[in-house]
Design a protein around this ligand. Structure first.
Ligand code: NAP
Length: 316
């Protein structure tokens, strides 16, 4: 699989990343099962076979059990640690997590960021994270505290590079005023069903009353060399809920001789911003189907055909 260099870093990552949100079983405190560990190991091994070397984690996934699965796999296969770029996310506090309780909230305080990293390192059984992203913007964020947390984590050798997720251009700018390290990724929801990041730019000067929240964000990330990672790039399996879109994807898959997943992901890969889809499948077969996207180069015509099918209307 072709790779991207994450701008401003020494990280060479595959064009697709593998997400771990569904690893570890249910979102509860039941112990991690051997079956979940076996599945995690099979996925990590299959990912490497496909050329996928980037793993996306978050401290909250299945209340930490997803991290634990990775840690158990690394206990069995310690050689896999350095085969992957390990990216962690922190900053969401889940209401259902008995360690915290309600309400659901965000916490980008110094203490929360640092303790999340320490706890994750222990669960994952690793000495360092290659990348740490702030999972969601916290309205109570003190950017100077974030900067202090990043400095301490970096100095201690616990985190190499930093980024954000679900952040607007203004929120990134605010952080950049205080944080010394470059913010190298912004992980955002993007798919053929949820394409606002890409399509909002079409609405400029069209008389649309509301300024969509993502207007300008894509261009901001390109200008400032922030790599965009697309979460839920297959819309969690819901692409065919839009029959026109499902039909167009299937027809193009047949024409190109690849899976439907490959076409949906190739639509993201075709964008010149260098978007990295983070796929969330727990099936080795679907992961292989996703990896076929690397060999598909959609024409401009095909790309707009998919956009039109998704939007249900021609471009303005
Ligand atoms: N930063 C954030 O706020 C944020 C939020 C959400 C997710 N993420 C990251 O993004 C990753 C991917 O998210 P995601 O899991 O929503 O992505 P996704 O790849 O769009 O969806 C994967 C899910 O959809 C199912 N699926 C895919 N295609 C299907 C089909 N044709 N038919 C039936 N089911 C299908 C998969 O089932 P199978 O397992 O059976 O294949 C799996 O449950 C996560 O693991 C996480 O790392 C980040």
């Amino acid at each position: 699989m072709h790779q991207y260099r994450i701008p401003n870093t020494d990280l060479q990552v595959s064009r697709l990343a593998l997400g771990t949100m569904h690893w570890g079983g249910e979102w509860n405190l039941e112990p991690v099962t051997g079956q979940a560990i076996d599945r995690g190991q099979a996925l990590m091994e299959a990912a490497l076979e496909c050329g996928i070397n980037h793993l996306d984690l978050a401290d909250i996934y299945t209340f930490g059990k997803s991290d634990q699965v990775v840690g158990e796999v690394l206990k069995i296969r310690p050689d896999l640690r350095d085969a992957f770029i390990m990216q962690q996310k922190c900053g969401i506090v889940m209401a259902g997590d008995p360690a915290y309780g309600p309400p659901q909230r965000y916490d980008l305080s110094y203490e929360h960021i640092v303790s999340c990293v320490d706890e994750s390192l222990e669960r994952i059984r690793t000495q360092h994270l290659d990348l740490l992203a702030l999972h969601r913007p916290d309205p109570l964020v003190e950017p100077a505290e974030v900067a202090r947390a990043f400095d301490d984590l970096h100095r201690a050798g616990k985190v190499r590079w930093f980024g954000v997720s679900n952040h607007s251009a203004g929120q990134i700018e605010l952080l950049r005023q205080h944080v010394d390290q470059p913010l190298v990724v912004n992980q955002l929801e993007v798919s053929l069903l949820h394409h606002h990041l890409i399509s909002d730019g079409l609405l400029v000067n069209t008389g649309t009353d509301d300024q969509p929240a993502t207007t300008g964000l894509l261009d901001y990330c390109r200008r400032h060399h922030v790599m965009i990672q697309a979460w839920s790039p297959l819309a969690g399996g819901r692409l065919s809920e839009n029959p026109d879109l499902g039909g167009t994807v299937t027809a193009l898959a047949d024409q190109h001789g690849v899976s439907a997943e490959a076409i949906a992901l190739a639509w993201l890969l075709r964008h010149p911003a260098g978007i990295q889809p983070v796929v969330g499948t727990r099936s080795v077969d679907r992961l292989r189907a996703c990896a076929q996207a690397d060999s598909v180069e959609l024409s401009r015509r095909e790309w707009f055909q998919l956009l039109e099918a998704s939007r249900g209307q021609v471009v303005p």
